[in-house]
Write a protein that binds this ligand. Structure first.
Ligand code: DGY
Length: 325
């Protein structure tokens, strides 16, 4: 029987599927397993189902003697050294598609919360500060008929465009080439990053984290944005130069931010971003709905099983390792 190690309790749908095909061990901690626990467990397993909080790098992979597949319980896979896995013939799978709409819901929610002071309003009421209806209380920015700039028009970017078109927003996007279907459907326009930053009221990031997207948004880019603009990031923290963002927010270079991801996670309550009034923060919950997390568990588990059974899953990240399947 195949042996599979799972680095955290994931929804039962996924665990049951794995258990019907393999001898499964699940790390029972509420926090990620320490690195040495992963190293110990990876030695003799056939499959690993891990999370974005587990760094699977060369050092960890060096220990694995018979590992065939790593199923990442996330669509992003920057926690895994894909080149090293590929070199060793280890297949890597992710969870594309199933979390698209859920993540876009959260990104749009952050946009609305930051634009309309929803979180500040909640605090204001809870703190007993509300005395009367006030003409100038917590004035925010209109979402309808404003301009949304989408960086990365992939699945989640397109789901944002769908939402934005319902709000009558003008849609600009930055991607390698125009996507005709998206342009037609949502009246979107593929523009340079500079134009997007200069003209958008809201800028939302939907690119994976790679060397090419490291600090894609830094001081120069923030300076190009409108003073009234709000930045939304539900992709990966390091796509934004965090100290530069803090500085821009403190100096009023941009008006606000809605952030679900950070350079190093988790951030503590002392993090400077928690002390800027016009920022809404969330603890990396883009895909966190019951239904979506269950689907992610099923897809991650089936990817692992398929590879172990000699089949090629649709969600393989490095198909070159399964050339002969
Ligand atoms: C992902 O899947 O990459 C998200 O960040 C977590 O669901």
């Amino acid at each position: 029987m195949f042996r599979v190690y799972v680095t955290r309790k994931i929804p039962q749908e996924g665990l049951s599927l794995l258990q019907s095909h393999a001898d499964v061990t699940v790390w029972q901690g509420e926090l990620p397993p320490p690195r040495d626990v992963i190293v110990d467990n990876i030695r003799d397993i056939d499959g690993l189902l891990c999370l974005l909080t587990d760094k699977i790098d060369q050092e960890v992979l060096d220990v694995a003697r018979k590992l065939k597949v790593i199923g990442n319980y996330a669509v992003g896979f920057d926690n895994i050294d894909i080149a090293e896995a590929t070199k060793r013939g280890i297949a890597v799978t992710n969870t594309p598609g199933v979390l698209t709409e859920t993540t876009a819901d959260l990104a749009f929610g952050l946009l609305m919360a930051a634009a309309r002071n929803i979180v500040q309003g909640d605090r204001y009421v809870r703190e007993g500060l509300w005395q009367t209806w006030e003409p100038m209380l917590l004035l925010g920015r209109d979402i309808h008929e404003s301009t949304l700039g989408i960086i990365g028009m992939g699945r989640i970017g397109q789901a944002m465009a769908k939402r934005a078109s319902g709000f009558g927003m003008r849609i600009l996007y930055y991607d390698s080439a125009p996507i005709e279907e998206v342009d037609k459907k949502y009246g979107a326009q593929n523009v340079s990053l500079e134009q997007l930053l200069q003209e958008s009221d809201f800028v939302t990031i939907h690119v994976p984290y790679t060397l090419a997207t490291d600090k894609l948004i830094s001081t120069r880019e923030l300076n190009m944005m409108k003073k009234e603009a709000i930045l939304i990031n539900t992709a990966r923290g390091p796509v934004v130069d965090e100290p530069a963002l803090v500085d821009a927010l403190q100096k009023g270079v941009i008006a606000g931010a809605g952030l679900d991801v950070f350079h190093t996670e988790p951030i503590s309550k002392d993090h400077p971003l928690c002390h800027v009034a016009n920022v809404v923060v969330a603890p990396h919950i883009g895909s966190a709905s019951f239904r979506t997390r269950a689907k992610m568990a099923t897809i991650a588990a089936s990817g692992v099983i398929e590879v172990l059974q000699g089949r090629k899953p649709y969600n393989i990240v490095n198909p070159e390792v399964l050339r002969n399947y």
